[in-house]
Design a protein around this ligand. Structure first.
Ligand code: ATP
Length: 294
């Protein structure tokens, strides 16, 4: 069982943006969801854990490896699918994985051959091994991304916003693959898509403006909101008035009209009905702290 321990990591960029503000998280094997809106600091944290940038202060350890001070050790047991994994040379899936395996230090070609076959099988692309990766769909590219992250049996796998741009079918296939991968290693899934976390993760953290604003299980977070979420379909022009009067957690258009969810300790009446809270309510209530005090 591996343990990743992140303690008080902080990072301010030269332009003054505080991307990490005293971040502490501890996690073990399984899928861990890091949820946050764009700009929350997720990629900054992922890049720090992937040893691509250093924090100003704080520590991070993976079992007995000091990630900040022993980056070379960490890289040996790291699989990383970065947000911008999308530039491919004009080579086949098989050649790409073989090349990346060489870069990861696998010098024996027979060993690589076996590994590449295993990886292509695992991500269900063995049939496409002779095809150029440039022609792959978004979902197939992400599966190749996972295959390269699995080279060398990593103990820690970081995937940064992997489902953006995938269609629903591709997203489901990708979820199945990740769920399978996440059984025996630590997987951190960074995303702004609430469904990603709901489908895959039993532990999560929510990040906003560089800070961890929630850490625990999605179920516990949902339970905390039980009995406090009400919904109503209103008219578009009423939205501003409602926003002034109620703590709106979320608003989405349903059939052209806003369906609002509000947070309230007691029944607000006025046509609202109580609903079972969902993870989206949790997410918005934790990040819209102007509106809701939870
Ligand atoms: N190299 C950099 N120099 C200056 N500011 C940066 C740099 N990288 C990120 N930032 C800023 O730091 C904040 C956190 O960015 P980061 O990319 O970590 O967030 P994120 O949660 O991953 O968002 P996204 O989903 O948009 O990538 C943002 O305000 C961003 O503009």
């Amino acid at each position: 069982m591996g343990t990743l321990k992140i303690t008080n990591l902080s990072k301010t960029y030269p332009n003054g943006v505080k991307a990490l503000d005293n971040v502490s998280i501890e996690l073990e094997n399984g899928m861990f969801g890091l949820l946050g809106p764009n700009g929350a600091g997720k990629s900054s944290l992922m890049r720090t854990l992937a040893t691509l940038q250093e924090p100003d202060s704080g520590t991070a350890t993976l079992d007995n490896i000091d990630i900040i001070n022993q980056p070379a050790e960490l890289r040996k047991v790291l699989g990383y699918l970065p947000q911008e994994f999308g530039v491919y040379p004009r080579i086949t899936a098989e050649q790409l994985l073989d090349h990346l395996a060489i870069l990861k230090g696998f010098t024996k070609s027979s060993e690589r051959k076996e590994m590449v076959k295993y990886l292509l099988d695992k991500v269900n692309l063995y049939d496409k091994r002779k095809k150029s990766v440039i022609g792959f769909s978004g979902g197939m590219k992400q599966r190749i991304g996972i295959a390269q992250a699995l080279i060398g049996n990593p103990k820690l796998i970081i995937v940064d916003e992997p489902t953006a741009g995938l269609d629903p079918g591709e997203r489901n296939r990708f979820y199945n693959l990740l769920a399978n991968v996440g059984k025996d290693v630590i997987v951190i899934l960074s995303t702004h898509i609430v469904d990603d976390v709901r489908e895959l993760c039993t532990k999560m953290a929510i990040m906003n403006f560089g800070e961890i604003v929630y850490q625990g299980s999605p179920d516990t977070a949902i339970e905390e909101l039980e009995g406090k979420v009400y919904q109503k379909i209103i008219k578009l022009e009423e939205l501003e008035g409602y926003a002034n009067e109620y703590s709106i957690i979320s608003n989405k258009m349903v059939g052209g009209k806003p369906l609002i969810h509000v947070y309230s300790d007691s029944n607000p009446a006025n046509g609202f009905e109580q609903v079972r809270p969902n993870l989206e309510d949790v997410f918005f209530s934790k990040i819209n702290t102007d509106n809701v005090i939870v």
